[in-house]
Write a protein that binds this ligand. Structure first.
Ligand SMILES: NC(=O)c1ccc[n+]([C@@H]2O[C@H](COP(=O)([O-])OP(=O)(O)OC[C@H]3O[C@@H](n4cnc5c(N)ncnc54)[C@H](O)[C@@H]3O)[C@@H](O)[C@H]2O)c1
Length: 348
């Protein structure tokens, strides 16, 4: 079996690669990434890409279709991945996240790939008052990032790919320990800030809902999606990936972190304007469809592993630099130092 994982050198990718290596010891695993964040390792452990058989460097906007020959599954993670980046790089967010994704999926279908897994996001629900969102509910994307994910889902649905199973996993917000840790994610940020300052300042009134999923559980969901055999009209599936009891309000997350790190104080901004990005998500379909691949990592375990990971990464928690752990800051630095263009392409 040959599996191509795009965007494998970011936050989620190394955890997916390690999980796939464990589940499919004999598979040929190929990574494809433009290496924007390759230098952002936050673990003193071994280089995460060592579990792959091959690492290919390139831009998904010029994806080499011949990489798909004899490939069984494509796990497509490559993206400009978060809301602030979507504001700064709106055009590129569409080109990379949407247009390139459809092109790669079309090439995969043509090459006879059996499974295409797309990392979508629950942010497609935007502001969603009135109960947990199901897959069939109205979508209300508020950002360029969320819009790019919906556009890709729609393009994938329309693709003429009669023998390729396509799964769009609408992931909850990611959290948890990984070799290239991100601190622009709510739980990870709270843990790092609490360790560095003993204080968590919640910028909102703490009420917004965020479903969370640990990166290890994202990998489990992708394993399911890469191996499921679509039949009976469900060759294309867009499905929420997470679990019902992992819908949290931001204040609950801050308090869970404060409980785990003694001495941490939590302050809430009671005067904040309402945060529009609030949604609860119904993961019932995922529970029914993928019963053996349900999220297993509890919130307290994610926090515990983040603390362990950050303690191993740095001696002084003030040393956790944004230029290594916050995606927009990494890209801005690469532009400022003349390494990448405004179009997010390598210059040298
Ligand atoms: N982190 C989350 O909360 C979350 C939630 C839901 C879905 N997702 C999705 O999961 C996927 C992985 O997320 P992540 O957190 O690891 O993101 P990330 O930003 O850490 O990693 C993305 C990877 O894609 C690569 N990439 C970006 N542009 C590229 C290009 N033009 N050509 C080739 N490679 C390119 C980057 O170099 C990076 O290694 C993304 O599609 C993201 O949208 C993430």
């Amino acid at each position: 079996m040959r599996i191509v994982i795009t965007g494998n050198m970011g936050y989620v990718g190394p955890v997916v690669a390690a999980h796939f290596r464990e589940c499919f010891p004999d598979a040929e695993l190929i990574g494809f990434d433009s290496a924007l964040f390759a230098q952002c390792l936050t673990t003193p452990d071994a280089f995460p890409e060592r579990v792959l058989d091959r690492q290919v460097f390139g831009d998904v906007r010029e994806f080499p279709a011949d990489l798909l020959t004899n490939t069984d599954a494509v796990v497509h993670l490559a993206a400009l991945s978060n809301d602030p980046i979507g504001v700064r790089f709106e055009k590129q967010t569409d080109e990379i996240n949407n247009i390139a994704s459809i092109r790669i999926a079309a090439a995969a279908a043509k090459a006879g790939v059996s499974s295409f897994v797309f990392a979508s996001s629950c942010s497609v629900y935007g502001m969603a008052e009135g109960g947990p969102r199901k897959e069939s509910d109205t979508l209300l994307p508020l950002t360029a990032y969320a819009k790019s994910k919906i556009a890709t889902e729609q393009g994938l649905k329309q693709l003429a790919a009669p023998s390729m199973t396509i799964t769009c996993l609408r992931f909850a917000t990611a959290c948890g320990q990984a070799p290239r840790l991100r601190l622009d994610l709510v739980l990870n940020d709270f843990v790092a800030t609490a360790l560095a300052t003993g204080q968590i300042n919640v910028l909102s009134d703490g009420s917004p809902w965020r479903p969370l999923i640990d990166v290890e559980d994202m990998a489990r969901a992708m394993e399911w999606a890469a191996t499921r055999r679509g039949a009976n009209g469900d060759r294309f599936l867009a499905i929420n990936a997470g679990r019902d009891d992992h819908n949290y309000q931001v204040v609950d997350l801050a308090e869970a972190v404060a409980d785990a790190i003694p001495g941490t104080t939590v302050s809430i901004n009671r005067d904040a304007l309402p945060d529009l990005r609030s949604y609860r998500v119904d993961f019932g379909l995922f529970a029914k469809t993928a019963p053996d691949h349900q999220p297993q990592v509890s919130l307290s375990r994610s926090i515990e592993r983040l603390i362990e990971g950050l303690n191993a990464a740095v001696q002084d928690h003030h040393q956790v630099l944004p230029s290594r752990t916050k995606r927009l800051a990494v890209l801005e630095k690469l532009i400022d130092t003349g390494r990448i263009s405004d179009d997010v392409r390598w210059l040298n």
